[in-house]
Design a protein around this ligand. Structure first.
Ligand SMILES: NC(=O)c1ccc[n+]([C@@H]2O[C@H](COP(=O)([O-])OP(=O)(O)OC[C@H]3O[C@@H](n4cnc5c(N)ncnc54)[C@H](O)[C@@H]3O)[C@@H](O)[C@H]2O)c1
Ligand SMILES: [Zn+2]
Ligand SMILES: [Zn+2]
Length: 415
């Protein structure tokens, strides 16, 4: 990973939040109701890690944007190649949008481990090159293509997720399984994503962000939140059952712990280190198991009195999967979410049959899952824990993610 350190870093001594009066550059061209902004009371002395109640309203005005010809964008020219923050990346102009497309002014983008896998080229399918990565974007609709049927209006706060578009007419789409549509377009993989200031997305798939949810909290919900919310639905369990979250201290994991807790499950988090232990317990996990120090299988079988009902595996490491099969109780379910490189689950068929174990994959969520997950966040049922970093800190974030030293999420300020 040494070559990614070539990127020049910038120190950030002030709060990631905008001091009052609200001066975010993206919004400076919009007319804003000051009474909405006065509720935002973050001090400039606040530490850079935040765990907030979403009490602020966002911009409500309709407005026109001055759309530049070029912008800042993280461009992957090749997999595992130098990471470049370009300042001259072209902005798609409104007249060039295709019917159905929208231009989104990105305010914040979360950094998901998937972005790291994509940049490294970890997976068997190829991504677009050159590629603007990113798929946890939150921003405002800046332009809508002519001949586009949509309720969206210029200035609406929207989220960009992994699934950029799907055909909406194949059997999978008709049944609501849009993520497995064979004609899907994917942000930060097959089409450019949210590591740029102005992103092209699709009116049918951008997710409206509730106006009382700050965009920096919303961004990670657009992938991490939706993914774990939908994966937890796939358990089809009952409140009070034991749900294990391997990878609980990461971006997906810390939200999975909270969603599972809100759904009434007894939550057991697996990850490593004191910082993650404290975080995971503070989000509602009853037990934390440190996989680097403890016998994971024994600890979970003991604490659940015979095995867990479910494991929603969001770990970035492959070992977590096969451990899960060993600590599930009869009729238990393993939901595979994390996508470690070259990983396989080795299920003993006899054990799987006589225990009636289920192993299922879960791939992001559909448009309705996205609306529901953001609604849960807007109502305070889950709170993204994050550090806001300036736009130029992607390489450092990837480094920390690779070393497994990153707790919860980093959100890039795309202004
Ligand atoms: N299926 C989907 O739709 C989907 C969507 C988003 C992300 N993902 C994948 O989910 C994974 C997690 O993403 P993230 O952004 O939360 O990553 P992250 O780096 O923020 O978190 C991963 C966590 O897993 C922990 N971990 C690693 N090995 C472990 C082990 N053996 N046991 C327990 N914990 C372990 C790490 O310490 C880290 O805290 C990635 O592989 C990503 O590509 C899948
Ligand atoms: Zn389809
Ligand atoms: Zn993601």
């Amino acid at each position: 990973m040494n070559h990614i350190k070539q990127v020049v870093s910038r120190s950030r001594s002030h709060s990631p939040f905008f001091p009052s009066p609200y001066k975010h550059p993206i919004l400076s061209s919009l007319s804003i109701n000051p009474s909405l902004l006065s509720q935002r009371s973050y001090s400039t002395n606040q530490p850079t890690t935040h765990h907030l109640n979403p009490t602020m309203s966002t911009v409500t005005s309709q407005s026109s944007y001055e759309i530049p010809l070029t912008q800042k964008a993280w461009v992957f020219e090749e997999n595992n190649g130098p990471l470049q923050l370009r300042t001259d990346w072209p902005v798609t102009q409104p007249k060039d949008l295709q019917p159905g497309q929208v231009l989104v002014r990105i305010a914040y983008s979360g950094v998901c481990h998937t972005d790291l896998h994509v940049w490294k080229g970890d997976w068997p399918s190829a991504n677009k090159l050159p590629l603007v990565g990113g798929h946890e974007g939150a921003g405002y609709v800046a332009a809508i293509a002519d001949n586009t049927q949509t309720d969206l209006k210029i200035g609406d706060p929207v989220g960009i997720k992994w699934l950029a578009n799907s055909c909406l007419s194949c059997e999978e789409c008709r049944k609501g399984y849009e993520s497995v549509c064979k004609r899907a377009a994917v942000h930060g993989f097959t089409v450019d994503g949210s590591f740029q200031q102005w992103a092209v997305s699709y009116a049918a798939h951008v997710t409206p962000i509730p106006r009382n949810l700050p965009l920096e909290l919303a961004a990670p919900i657009c992938c991490a939140g939706v993914t774990v919310y939908k994966a937890l639905k796939m358990i089809e369990g009952s409140p009070g059952e034991n749900v294990v979250i391997p990878g609980a201290g990461g971006g997906l994991g810390h939200l999975a712990v909270q969603f599972a807790h809100a759904m009434g499950y007894k939550v057991i988090g697996i990850d490593s280190g004191e910082e993650k232990r404290k975080l995971v317990k503070s989000f509602g996990a009853e037990v934390f198991v440190d996989y680097m120090k403890e016998d994971v299988v024994k600890s979970i079988v003991d604490t659940t009195n015979g095995g867990a009902h479910a494991s929603v595996c969001v770990a970035s490491g492959a070992a977590a999967y096969n451990q899960a099969l060993e600590y599930l109780r009869p009729r238990g379910v393993l939901v595979a979410v994390g996508l470690p490189k070259d990983a396989c689950v080795q299920a003993n068929i006899f054990n799987s049959v006589v225990n009636e174990h289920r192993i299922i994959g879960s791939y992001v969520g559909n448009r309705q899952d996205s609306v529901e997950a953001l609604d849960m966040a807007a109502r305070g049922a889950v709170k993204t824990h994050f550090v806001v970093e300036p736009i130029d800190r992607l390489a450092e974030t990837f480094d920390k993610m690779s070393n497994l030293t990153l707790a919860a999420r980093v959100v890039l300020d795309m202004a």
